[in-house]
Write a protein that binds this ligand. Structure first.
Ligand SMILES: NC(=O)c1ccc[n+]([C@@H]2O[C@H](COP(=O)([O-])OP(=O)(O)OC[C@H]3O[C@@H](n4cnc5c(N)ncnc54)[C@H](O)[C@@H]3O)[C@@H](O)[C@H]2O)c1
Length: 346
């Protein structure tokens, strides 16, 4: 029998990009899903495919009473609620990102009091020391889970306030495991993309600019920086497996080991969308994050039997098709600058 049949599962931040895909997956596996989301960037519309099958609670989970109500009678929690966005958002909203520490603490405490069995935490590749990812003069490396460890000298220099909050969230969760035996896992998500993502993230920003035919076509940074892009369906598979298989608070990478330069991703997008700008400009005054980032997948393969399945090319085509079918060109053009730095609200 499936692990998930009739399981009572809370997805915090379940109206988000990744959260909504996760909720669809859990419903398809037979779980009873509750979503708690303050809709600060999530949208109820993201959950329309499963609207009749889930319980939805609009709540700010930094509030202790709201958190206690949300976790009540739940067996498993996927904790995705966070102030978060792509580089355009996290570098310009440090205080909002710092508030995630309070959110995580409140949620974990409420879950332990309610005897929740397991928490699967949506952590991030931003926990990794930036110094490991900023060297342009050596071969690109793939980050291993032990490279980020708050208890190891030199193991903690997270990527900005957002990364520090995720690292502290992982540490706090493990403390609940040590002290109370709470089962838990931290999934370090690396640059997810796919349907319903917003334009604060690099790929969606590049798709949006091609959609409205910005010319000169502007790419943030030198374009030489690389990322590993992982399709949201693969990320969701990894989250579900981590909740099933990891109980001791270990962190696991959910990403890809493939380094793709932003300038190459931009060319792929322009090619698929059939847009030929007269000029491509690399704007180094804009936030662009670390120089190189991709995941080592040894632990994910060993503990979860997981690695991403969809190729970047196929995932990109799906994402672009969704974007073209669901966005209004005039509206995107009018609000492009805001969309690149602000998470959409409902
Ligand atoms: N998208 C990525 O590439 C990526 C990478 C690493 C980690 N993550 C993590 O995955 C999770 C989901 O991210 P996402 O990209 O799908 O979208 P997102 O960042 O918009 O999701 C966050 C969700 O949390 C909700 N939320 C925020 N504050 C809340 C609060 N106080 N109470 C209740 N709900 C609140 C928002 O409305 C939203 O639905 C986040 O925790 C994010 O940090 C995402």
């Amino acid at each position: 029998m499936s692990f998930w049949i009739d399981k009572k599962v809370l997805v915090t931040g379940g109206a988000s990009f990744i959260g909504s895909h996760l909720v669809e997956k859990l419903v398809s596996l037979g779980a009873h899903a509750r979503v708690a989301d303050d809709l600060s960037s999530g949208k109820k519309e993201n959950l329309k495919k499963v609207a009749g099958h889930i319980e939805f609670v609009q709540a700010d989970l930094r509030d202790r009473c709201a958190a206690a109500d949300a976790v009540c009678r739940m067996e498993v929690i996927f904790h995705l609620a966070a102030k978060h966005g792509g580089r355009g958002y996290i570098d310009t909203h440090p205080a909002d990102c710092s508030s995630n520490m309070a959110l995580d603490g409140t949620l974990f405490e409420a879950a332990v009091k309610a005897d929740v069995e397991h928490i699967c935490f949506a952590s991030s590749a931003c926990v990794y020391p930036v110094g490991l990812q900023n060297k342009s003069d050596r071969p690109a490396m793939n980050l291993k889970e032990e490279d980020a460890d708050p208890f190891k000298p030199g193991g903690a220099l997270a990527d900005g306030e957002y990364g520090w909050a995720k690292l502290m969230g992982e540490m706090a969760l493990q403390a609940y495991h040590k002290q109370y035996g709470l089962k838990c896992a931290s999934c370090r998500i690396f640059t997810a993309y796919g349907e319903r993502e917003n334009e604060t993230h690099a790929l969606m920003a590049l798709i949006a600019k091609a959609f409205v035919q910005v010319d000169p076509y502007i790419v943030w940074g030198t374009g030489e920086q690389d990322r590993n892009f992982t399709y949201v369906g693969d990320i969701v598979e990894g989250l579900v497996l981590a909740a099933e298989k990891i109980e001791d608070g270990s962190a696991v990478n959910l990403g890809s080991s493939e380094h793709i330069k932003i300038k190459d991703a931009a060319q792929s997008i322009l090619g698929i969308m059939g847009f030929r700008p007269k000029q491509i400009v690399f704007d180094t005054s804009k936030p662009c994050g670390v120089f190189s980032r991709a995941a080592d997948l040894s632990r994910a393969q060993c503990l979860l039997g997981w690695q991403p399945r969809l190729s970047f090319k196929d995932g990109l085509k799906r994402t672009i098709n969704w974007y073209l079918a669901s966005k209004d060109r005039d509206e995107v053009l009018r609000n492009l600058d805001v969309r690149l730095c602000e998470r959409e609200s409902s």
